[in-house]
Write a protein that binds this ligand. Sequence first.
Ligand SMILES: *[C@@H]1O[C@H](CO)[C@@H](O)[C@H](O)[C@H]1NC(C)=O
Ligand SMILES: *[C@@H]1O[C@H](CO)[C@@H](O)[C@H](O)[C@H]1NC(C)=O
Ligand SMILES: *[C@@H]1O[C@H](CO)[C@@H](O)[C@H](O)[C@H]1NC(C)=O
Ligand SMILES: *[C@@H]1O[C@H](CO)[C@@H](O)[C@H](O)[C@H]1NC(C)=O
Ligand SMILES: *[C@@H]1O[C@H](CO)[C@@H](O)[C@H](O)[C@H]1NC(C)=O
Length: 440
Amino acid sequence: MAIFRHFALVPLAFLCAAARAFNISRTDNIMAQWGEISFENSLATYCDGTVDLFTLGWLHYSPTALPSFASPTIPGASCTGAVFPNSQLADCPTLSTDITACQSKGVAVLLALDPGSGAVTDWYTSQASARAYADQLWNLFLGGTSNTRPFGDAVLDGILVQAPDAHITTGNIEGFPAFFDQMRLHAPIAYGSKPYILAARMICPVLDENALSAALNTTSLDVVQISVAGHDSLCSVAHYDNKTMWNFDRWDRWATSFSLNKGVKLYLDVPSYSDGYNSYVNATRVAQIANETHMHYPNTFGGVSYWDSAHAVQNDGFNVALRDALRLPEQLPSASPSGSQSITSPPDPTIGIPAETKSTAEKAISPILILSVAIPVTAVAAFILLATFWLRSRKTRRESQIRPYGRRRLKHLGVQGTGQIPAKPSSGEGVSSPPHKTFL
Ligand SMILES: *[C@@H]1O[C@H](CO)[C@@H](O)[C@H](O)[C@H]1NC(C)=O
Ligand SMILES: *[C@@H]1O[C@H](CO)[C@@H](O)[C@H](O)[C@H]1NC(C)=O
Ligand SMILES: *[C@@H]1O[C@H](CO)[C@@H](O)[C@H](O)[C@H]1NC(C)=O
Ligand SMILES: *[C@@H]1O[C@H](CO)[C@@H](O)[C@H](O)[C@H]1NC(C)=O
Ligand SMILES: *[C@@H]1O[C@H](CO)[C@@H](O)[C@H](O)[C@H]1NC(C)=O
């Protein structure tokens, strides 16, 4: 009975799953900021097929204690306000459920780091503090272990570092490349083949104009969000038609000629509502600009990101409108009756699996699977065979004797055998159980 119910749920789970798994190679990805706005909804509510990649934040650095979010309660996360001892870091295991629910639908979730104020105590002002911060974040949010993990067993899919605004970049930022280098030491494997995404968020005029370009050039990033917003920014989407200031070309050149990772993807980062900075354009217009940018820069353009999820929904469903405008009709979940790509492609099973487990799992999965099926099958078959022969020979030897449990035992052995064989591989060889301890 229970088995039948489980089988009935399988197609349902497939249909409920998001349209597709986040795939960094695509050029129509949608990324959104979550967890910052007072009227925020739960993360899981937004994992409805309109967003491929969330940034969760912002996390603030502390030179003397654990880092912390703006508030221990994290908007939308149903946190109790509990914090870890001697810190303001939210102890928020409830968010773990939402994160893993989104990941199981193929949505990736990154931790977004606050840019800081440029104070001498900020983590990026020295290489040593940057590396230490990378280690700490690895243990708190990614594949490491700690007894102060804010989201428990949930393993985020990467980190986004918001670069400080141009006006403070005269300060020392030598920690930026060191931070990313250190993160790469922890997460060296490519996505897809690459479990962890390293991303940076820059404002559009910044490239070439300060030392950040040096940091970006020497770092292997997967994604760079280019903020094309802001009232004083002539390179914003609102001024897209003024081609003297629209500078995607320079970013493209950086990506193809200077970036260590020549496969780095550039996202246009736009406001999701009239932000008061005169840089808002509606979803149709964003999609149009994305389309043209994609046509001109097919190798570097990765998609659109927006700030933020709560405002997007409130703004007459900007999230849905953008998704519908950005994607070809056959990629939309409701559109084509065949719906092939959107509904039948299962989520990337590797998203959300910790790096060590994932890399070993990926390499080892087929041999382990084969062995874990082959060994018990062979053993049980041999056992049944031997048992059959033994019982037969016993029967022929003592023909007149009555064996009280003879047949039944044989039948029971058979049942046991067939019942256990399929159960073994699905019990997972540790693939689905993350290696870290919770703080509980
Ligand atoms: C990811 O997207 C690229 C480009 O569209 C495609 O070639 C590749 O097959 C996709 N990978 C998966 C796992 O869907
Ligand atoms: C276009 O940008 C230039 C600066 O490069 C500025 O002088 C000009 O006023 C802008 N034009 C419009 C129509 O915004
Ligand atoms: C970084 O790349 C930019 C191209 O966008 C280039 O102009 C600059 O010289 C590079 N900086 C370094 C330090 O290599
Ligand atoms: C979106 O903005 C464009 C101008 O950028 C305008 O022509 C269009 O009517 C707007 N669409 C909607 C649905 O408001
Ligand atoms: C851009 O839009 C045109 C139609 O206006 C379409 O043919 C083309 O496939 C779109 N390109 C991309 C990259 O979305």
